[in-house]
Design a protein around this ligand. Sequence first.
Ligand SMILES: NC(=O)c1ccc[n+]([C@@H]2O[C@H](COP(=O)([O-])OP(=O)(O)OC[C@H]3O[C@@H](n4cnc5c(N)ncnc54)[C@H](OP(=O)(O)O)[C@@H]3O)[C@@H](O)[C@H]2O)c1
Length: 278
Amino acid sequence: MTILVTGATGMVGRHVVAELVKTGHRVRALTRTPSAAGLPDGVEVVGGDLTDPPSLEPSLNGVERMYLFSVGRTARDVVAAAKWAGVRRIVVLSGALADTDDSEDGYLAVERAVEDSGLEWTHIRPGEFAANWLDWAPTIKEGRVVRRPYGAAVTQPTHEADIAAVAARVLVEDGHTGRTYTFAGPAALTTVAQVDAIGTAIGAAVRFDELDPAQARAEWISNGYPEAFVDWIFAMWAESVRAPAPTNQEWADIVPRLTGRPARTFAQWATDHATDFR
Ligand SMILES: NC(=O)c1ccc[n+]([C@@H]2O[C@H](COP(=O)([O-])OP(=O)(O)OC[C@H]3O[C@@H](n4cnc5c(N)ncnc54)[C@H](OP(=O)(O)O)[C@@H]3O)[C@@H](O)[C@H]2O)c1
């Protein structure tokens, strides 16, 4: 069968493509810029834009299953086009915090569009991506330092390859229709512990400079982060320092249960990305 991967050039999408290629199914990849896709041989790369549903027609032709990168505003039209083209199953890349965002551009809008379509659906809701910390690469490269507030904040980072492995599994395997899988990496870690793991991976000490939250807030906003986002994420980290959550074992168990192998640790993620930080 042919499986369409949208968001195929993304952090998770590239791994979804790689996982699906291993299954032997025909893999088609959607991108807005086919010439820059850089995907493996054997993958059919097709142009299209999820914000312009009619542009998806060539990519949907003959597709049975689809991995859907979340673009809320046009989700209903994208799903309708997929159904019309004969797609029978859609796996949505959503997020663990989906229920907190009911906006027209949020994950819930996409999840609901897919549920309402009558097609087979599975939602995958990963927690925080380990890859968010690629933001630290410039200062680690430059001065072996991370400057942040809330060094004691605890998160349970998820390796993008594990997110993709879950997505690929539920795309090809039966028994996941109508399920929502919320999951995260294998262990909750403080920010400082994550910085240390990157240091170990690159074989150099990386210092953590704890910033005053008010100063960091002003810096982030002047660097272009939306104020509402900064306040939201800082409040979450502050709460996590006040009451550090232990590993959410229910979330940690999903990757091993669905993929049949242990979830990748943050240390593994840091090793896989060592060249990004050197
Ligand atoms: N960061 C987190 O902690 C976290 C946690 C949970 C969920 N999530 C969600 O996970 C998703 C990010 O996944 P990711 O890291 O794999 O994505 P990513 O690296 O940001 O890449 C997304 C890809 O989607 C494609 N794309 C973007 N807009 C498009 C459009 N209008 N039409 C067609 N393709 C489009 C782009 O490819 P082209 O440029 O080639 O078209 C891009 O490479 C987001 O929805 C995010 O909200 C993130």
